[in-house]
Design a protein around this ligand. Structure first.
Ligand code: ADP
Length: 554
């Protein structure tokens, strides 16, 4: 066996650990410029400190997400941006020294979070958030200290003024950190493509987003619109739409809403030229809002994730139970069929020997043939019982929309598909009527087809991996649903036996999914078939509401 040379191994690991992506540096530069643009140097509460100092919230987020070795590069990026925009700062060396010190501190805090406390930089649970809040307090203190210390002594004449400035700056820096860092952290992995394909054009969702934005704007108008009231008297009103957003969209929505309202309030304050006292008051309220929003958003997100996990576990269990039950049943059936079939064979053998002397055994022969008939009927009954079992002793039909059924089935498999980089595409005829069928059974059929498509794609196939679910009318009373995947397609050796029980090409497969699904669809008076082998396309029909098909039992 070949073992890599130790030095080669070391340099490979070294290179992997310190790999640098230009995309990350460019994203950092753009985000810094954006923050810089949002913070007028004259403003009372700049979002970030212009020019030479790296914005701490952004820097901390990038170190946590992309690696601690980015620290010197981020300072370099700030220098490259700062030089053409602001020229050489008056106290160049002090500015550089301050930036270096701040970066060193943030770097140490990031190490503590990642290595010491082992938090997930994407903030995936309450513990991560709590430790992040704690570290943010320290990072803000560091930020404030660096800036207040590096000022000229005339800025604050005595120790008290100096202390007050420090505390003031600290709270401001903390708010900036709480607004910027979680926003970047929780959205770092967001797949925006998914949004475009799925939801953003969905009017129900867009309407809600518009309403939420309007509610925040209305609250801001109430707070700042009435000149005759004390400025922040109505600030609590802002909590209402913000809580609504956090409850609906979890930590992702909470961070966006927080950033938007922060920018909005800053713009209003700047526009109205607020006094220092207003600013302190505002800072405290904003701090309360930020901590509330982050905690509430995280609680909602964690709860949703737990629910989804439970849901999925339940679905998997359900499926496993069904397969286990089918396996049990198959064994029992094999056992029960064995008896009548061996009896038939024995009687047939006896009849053949009786035929040697039909005159003598005439009556007995007739009797034996009748017994064969009876045993064959018994075997038929056993088979009927099997079908009854799969049907669950009759259907429990209800009326529901296909979109709801597809939504439900997708929720069971979405996680698995995401892990395999598989995207779903819907092609539904908008005018489809509702369907009238056993929802659980139809869900099982769709789930089986989707699970097979995911299995097929996870062993190779198209790029990008895609599963299309289409539905359209077929005649007056049926709806045809087709699931197509761009995997390797159905192999020639499987094509003829797809719907046979125990026909499988998978190491872990049972080969019952398609057989059971066909039985379930047929029990509704529909059909399930392979419409195309490559790309693999399976279609089934189900009755639309208002149709009563011959074989449907209510
Ligand atoms: P199982 O999934 O346990 O193998 P199924 O009855 O659901 O049982 O599927 C039977 C076989 O049909 C699979 O093993 C596979 O070879 C083939 N098959 C089903 N769906 C697809 C698909 N979308 N693409 C390719 N082959 C498929």
């Amino acid at each position: 066996m070949l073992t890599p040379h130790p030095r080669a191994w070391f340099s490979k690991r070294f290179a992997a650990q310190f790999a640098v992506s230009w995309k990350v540096l460019i994203a950092y530069a753009i985000a810094s410029l954006l923050l810089d643009a949002l913070s007028n140097p004259q403003t009372v509460l700049p979002l970030a400190l212009a020019s030479w100092t790296p914005p701490p919230g952004l820097t901390l987020a990038f170190l946590l997400l992309y690696g601690l070795h980015y620290a010197p590069l981020l300072i370099g990026v700030m220098f490259l941006i700062g030089l053409p925009m602001y020229g050489i700062p008056r106290d160049g060396l002090a500015a550089l020294w301050g930036a270096g010190l701040l970066m060193l501190g943030l770097w140490a805090l990031a190490i503590w979070l990642l290595r010491g406390l082992r938090i997930d930089p994407r903030l995936s649970n309450q513990r991560d958030l709590t430790w992040f809040l704690f570290i943010a307090v320290l990072a803000a203190w560091l930020d404030a200290s660096v800036h207040v210390f590096s000022r000229s002594p005339e800025a604050a004449p005595d120790a008290w003024a100096w202390m007050a400035d420090l505390v003031n700056f600290w709270v401001g820096a903390l708010i900036r950190l709480l607004v910027i860092t979680p926003l970047v952290l929780v959205h770092a992995d967001t797949d925006w493509r998914g949004w475009r394909e799925w939801r953003i054009w969905d009017w129900r969702i867009t309407r809600e987003l518009v309403l939420q934005g309007a509610a925040v704007a209305f609250a801001l108008w109430l707070i700042f619109g009435f000149r005759y009231t004390d400025e922040f008297k109505f600030f609590y009103l802002l909590f209402l739409p913000m809580i609504w957003i956090a409850m609906r969209h979890g930590i992702h929505g909470a961070t966006i809403a927080l950033a938007a309202s922060h920018v909005g309030i800053n713009m209003i304050l700047e526009w109205r030229g607020s006094h220092a006292i207003t600013v302190v008051e505002f800072q405290m309220l904003m701090l309360g809002l930020a901590v509330t929003m982050l905690s509430l958003g995280m609680t909602v997100t964690v709860r949703r994730a737990t629910e989804e996990r439970l849901h999925q576990r339940e679905a998997e269990l359900n499926q496993a139970m069904r397969l286990a039950a089918a396996g049990e049943m198959a064994q029992a059936i094999a056992h029960e069929l064995n008896q009548p079939l061996s009896a038939v064979a024995n009687y047939a053998r006896a009849s053949r020997s009786m035929l040697d002397d039909p005159a003598r055994h005439g009556a007995l022969l007739a009797d034996t043939l009748e017994k064969i008939d009876r045993e064959a009927n018994r075997a038929g009954q056993v088979m009927r019982r099997l079908r009854e079992f799969f049907r669950g002793g009759g259907l429990r039909c209800e009326t529901f929309t296909l979109a709801a059924l597809i939504d439900e089935s997708l929720s069971y498999v979405r996680r698995r598909a995401e892990r395999q980089n598989i995207a779903f595409k819907l092609a539904l005829d908008e005018t489809l009527p509702s369907v009238h069928a056993d929802r659980v059974q139809m869900g099982t059929v769709l789930h089986n087809l989707l699970a097979n498509a995911i299995d097929a794609l996870s062993t190779g196939g198209g790029d990008p991996r895609e599963i299309e679910i289409g539905a359209q009318r077929q005649g007056d009373d049926l709806i045809r649903v087709c699931v197509t995947d761009n995997g390797a397609g159905v192999g020639a050796e499987m094509e003829g036996r797809l719907f046979e029980s125990f026909a499988t090409s998978k190491a872990e497969g049972m080969g019952l999914g398609l057989a059971i699904s066909r039985t379930l669809v047929q029990a509704h008076g529909g059909e399930l078939w392979l419409a195309n082998t490559r790309p693999a396309q399976f279609c089934f029909t189900l009755p639309s509401a208002g149709t009563s098909l011959g074989r449907t039992h209510d």
